[in-house]
Ligand binder design. Structure first.
Ligand code: BJW
Length: 236
């Protein structure tokens, strides 16, 4: 497709884009869900049952993230965004900050952020660096306990859905990168875009996914190779 005729590009990223930065994916061999039961660590019920375990799970991932650096895929997306003359919306399911560190302007974190906490008493969201503890104190309301990672668990509503729905309805190119297309609503975005019939849909992933047949084009390989390659091919 000619980039000149493209007004609005929407990119959706998943854990695969950060895999080569050393952050584990969820469903691959050795993924996080092979070592943890997702009901225990990624649901509100799990947090109520055992907040210590959930804090431990997220503290380990927060520590890993501090050591991680953006890879060639994050950087290629940011470089493309800077050169592209049209609108560019980057939606990420990832809770890491590697798109920001790679130079992306304003990724939409639909599943929240690992480096923030949210107070369950007053709903204040705040940046937090120290290890999370179930009995920590909210800096806004001063209440103890109920300080949780600002991430979206199963059964909770993802964030910024109004912004996302509008972008999906408006785009002429939709690119899904490094996501297994198993978790909704993100897994259904390609259907939303296809239903409108005006955008080209491209999947960039290490291997085929359950959704591959829904895309007009698929490219397989590590994100650090296929993402720079694909976005370079768009530029004249
Ligand atoms: C590489 C690579 C490399 C590797 N290069 N590629 C039945 C039917 C339909 C829906 C439901 C259902 N039952 C329940 C639901 C809803 C539920 C859901 O989808 N469940 C499914 C499991 C069935 N969804 C929810 O509950 C969501 N909320 C919701 O639906 O609210 C209602 C609603 C209604 C209407 C509108 C909107 C909403 C909330 C989901 C929250 C997900 N939370 C998590 C944890 C976040 C915090 C944290 O990180 O701890 O989000 S779960 C986890 O999965 C995380 C991820 O963002 C998400 C997606 O994973 P992702 O990114 O796709 O990773 P992987 O590991 O699955 O895939 C990695 C891919 O990369 C693979 O394909 C590899 O091949 C590839 N790869 N290395 C390129 N180097």
């Amino acid at each position: 497709m000619s980039i000149r005729s493209c007004r609005h590009i929407v990119v959706l990223t998943g854990a695969g884009v950060s895999a080569e930065s050393g952050l584990g994916t969820f469903r691959d061999k050795d993924g996080l869900w092979t070592r943890y039961n997702l009901e225990d660590v990624a649901t509100p019920e799990g947090f109520r049952r055992n907040p210590e375990l959930v804090c431990e799970f997220y503290n380990a991932r927060r520590e890993n993230l501090r050591k991680a650096a953006p890879n060639a895929a994050h950087k290629a997306l940011a470089a493309f965004e800077q050169r592209f003359q049209g609108r560019f919306t980057l939606i990420t399911q990832n809770v890491d900050d590697l798109h920001e560190k790679g130079g992306s302007a304003a990724p939409v974190h639909m599943h929240g952020r690992l480096d923030e906490l949210r107070c369950q008493h007053c709903a204040t969201v705040y940046a937090y660096e120290a290890p999370i503890a179930p009995d920590s104190v909210c800096p806004a309301c001063g209440r103890t306990g109920g300080q949780r990672p600002n991430v979206v668990w199963f059964g909770e509503m993802p964030l910024y859905m109004d912004v996302i729905e509008a972008a999906l309805a408006d785009c002429d190119l939709f690119v899904a990168i490094g996501t297994s297309a198993t978790v909704y609503p993100a897994a259904g975005f390609v259907d939303r875009v296809r239903a409108l019939g005006r955008a080209r849909c491209v999947e960039l992933n290490l291997e085929p996914t359950a959704a591959s047949s829904l895309f007009d084009e698929t490219r397989h390989g590590p994100a650090s190779e296929v993402v720079p390659g694909f976005f370079a091919s768009l530029m004249p």
